[in-house]
Design a protein around this ligand. Sequence first.
Ligand code: NAP
Ligand code: MG
Length: 490
Amino acid sequence: MKLMTEVVNFLEAGPIKLFINGTWKESNDGATFKSYNPANGRELAEVYEAKESDIDDAVQAASLAFEDGSEWSNLSAIDRANLMFKLADLMERDFEIIAQLETLDNGKPINDVRAADLPNAIENIRYFAGWVTKATGQTIPYSNDFFNYTRHEPVGVVGQIIPWNFPFMMAAWKIAPALATGCTIVLKPAEQTPLSALYMAKLIEESGFPKGVVNIVNGFGKTAGDALVKHPLVNKIAFTGSTQVGKSIMKEAANTMKRVTLELGGKSPNIILPDADLDKAIPGVFFGAVANQGEVCNAGSRVFIPDEIYDEVIEKLVQYAKSLKVGDGLDEQIEMGPLVSERQQEVVTSYVSKGIEEGAKLLVGGEKTDEGYFVSPAVFTDVTDEMTIAKEEIFGPVVVPLRYKTIDEVVKRANASPYGLAAGIWTENLKQAHTLANKLKAGTVWVNTYNITNPAAPFGGFKESGFGREMGSYALENYTEVKNVLISLE
Ligand code: NAP
Ligand code: MG
């Protein structure tokens, strides 16, 4: 596919600057880093690298923008909503530019970006723009001598740290509820995928948001991310990423009593029941595990299959794996792209080797390419619950099937994980679907579908998959403080 002139110009205008206080700035010490195209390992662009002092600049800007009497805090609700609607319109206008940038930087198929990431991002901005004029407090009955009401006030300056697997969509999921509630933002994208969020910064600038309301600062987790988590003027951290980093953020945030919401890892069960419609269930569990190269926090990476249909399901999963078109995501025929980085390619292939070492049998895939960071979709068999590949998050295109005999057994085994992000059920029996949906310990339960998110519905984890919910009215609570006002009428 030919790259659009706008995309080429954007990449070549580098080093691309940090977006702080409504202006484009070099990093204070002049440091930069590079972003690579995972389809071929070649350099894509150079971007400025924020460190502690740049983060401080961004936080100070966000703090000023939040202050009482600022341009942002003085906006009427409808004007704030209109800025968000404008931003969504500009995302739509530049849809194809963003799609190309996302595929170049992350590797994922451009068709996926067009069909899922981008529409979802835009819908999120619009959905939350709608809330600006509708989120209300309460008037609370007490007595004739008092008037009692609550205000839902923005929590303040929020630090948002996001991963590389859905760079643009994650940025939208994060900024939308924060803007809707009137917060100001310092967003740090993942080091592997800085580009689409920088393009979003351009659109934020063009939309006309007051300076300092959204600051987008690329940098590394251990420096820029850490400085954001420690900064005393940041009131809340919203983090999406690994459970390990999430735990360290939660500990660190305790020092300044920051509010924290965490969207972390998973090892989600996807359960085929004996009566499932296999024509839907088999592709459903296959793509539930390998969509987005398996780089999905809620990937259905434990596929539970009833004993009596196990062989039939496995045979078809292998066929799907063999026929999946893997290649450069810019090719519109492609169904799966490369993993995001060489490191991720190594992580995934070492899990594949570990599976074999521990006695599982690899039926297909798991091979890496010389050029680009590809791993072919893999299907195992003879896996037991104790094996590493059945317990740990692989974050790659690896289907881990597990045999079961009874429903009670499968519920117990599905829940026997420190994670609880999502679960899938495939059945034609509605009673069974509801019963299992009640019993599974997961923030989302999908029935006869998988990986579908709705901006109006909550998403987030149980257990070590984190806490707090993105999207839906639930997300507003993450970004507000409730103030009780009690007035004597005597
Ligand atoms: P990660 O290492 O946890 O990184 C996520 C983000 O945190 C990146 O922006 C990273 O910056 C930053 N970071 C790293 N160390 C930090 C620190 N000490 N302080 C502050 N920020 C820090 O995870 P990843 O490798 O990007 O993504 C893979 C993991 O994310 C998977 O385990 C997956 O389950 C999880 N994930 C969860 C969800 C969800 O919704 N629950 C969604 C997507 C991914 P750098 O990139 O510069 O290191
Ligand atoms: Mg890249």
